[in-house]
Write a protein that binds this ligand. Sequence first.
Ligand SMILES: Cc1ncc(COP(=O)(O)O)c(C=O)c1O
Length: 417
Amino acid sequence: MSQHLALLGGRPVRERPFTSWPIFGEPEEARVLAALRSGRWGRLDGNEVNEFEKRFAAMHGCQHGIAIVNGTVSLRLGLIAAGLEAESEVIVPPYTFFSTASAVVEANMVPVFADIDLNTFNLDPKAMEAAITPRTRAVIPVHFAGQPADMDAIMAIARKHKLLVIEDAAHAHGASYKNRPAGSLADMASFSFQSSKNLTCGEGGLITTNDSQLAASCRSLHNCGRIPTGVWYEHHVISGNYRLGELQGALLNAQLDRLEDQTKTRDRNGQQLAGRLANLPGLHPQLRPDFCTRHAYHLFMLRIDGQKFGAPRAAVVAALRAEGVPCSPGYGFSLHLQPMFRNRAFGPYLAGIKDRLDYEQVQCPKSDVLCREQAVWLEQGIFLGEREDIDDVYRAFEKVYDQRAALVDWSRREGTE
Ligand SMILES: Cc1ncc(COP(=O)(O)O)c(C=O)c1O
């Protein structure tokens, strides 16, 4: 194999694609076709969504599962279901997808950003505690990349301050914390089944909870404010139709049969790669505390210290891609620096107080350093393959490290330093 970087005309380490996502076949076809042919396409007509809710809740040791149109709406409905007053403060990490914070605004509440831990990439409980004010009512820890957040610490602080906790488990299907499923560790949890997720039906979401009152409230909110004892055209609270459809339910039922094996494979391969990459100077794979008994590896994430590695992140990402390893630098900036927050473009929400909210003053330096300089993401499909796939990924990193001097020259020429 040529030792020249593929970026500079050498032969790539990897010339075959990695496992593509989603994975589907005869079971999905059969189940979706049966749902199609039944003519019962809405959740009120059929039993697919019902069945999926029960299976998914049971898998989490939860009494209730409420399927919702997507994982953004499920976060929002969770906050509303808890009956928190308008303009309550809700603590969220700055290193996460838009929805973790936008759902708070769309519930007419105020996201307050608390920084992450630079090694686990998850909400830092100390930063969370420091962000609590007399107006704080809830916290949304994210199990980022599929690794559970420090839930014992977060729950202890939350209980002390009487805060509601909603896990954002959009990345964490199948992950576990001290052998308990992510999604069963707080008052409620929100999942996403959007296309890229480890369990998908294209678009979908779900709330798990063991609290019957919260469950009843979520169920009502997802169904136009109806209640089980009411007649059909009777609406008790303001809400809309956020029900998931039966074709998506059918797809989820079939995909769920695959999840356990897929999760084991990802976890095994992810751990393999993390152990090996940690030996290269300047590379810091997501630190896995002992409490993480299973990582879902929706993403494999690492931090690259460009100084110690000997080449800047942008060049390393370009070089890895050229070697045939799909990867990216992830979010370009922390969530509080999104134009929506900087410009307070909240639409009709928070109208009375938005002038007092200044997100440009928020300080989350750890999240910022990940976004601006250090984060590298590899997607989950890579980890669904064989051991040889992981060997190829490792070899690509090793080759890029060995050739870092040539990469620095390239990066000077390209101006990517
Ligand atoms: C951390 C996180 N939370 C919430 C969501 C929102 O899920 P959805 O895309 O299903 O609305 C996503 C998904 O993209 C996510 O990554």
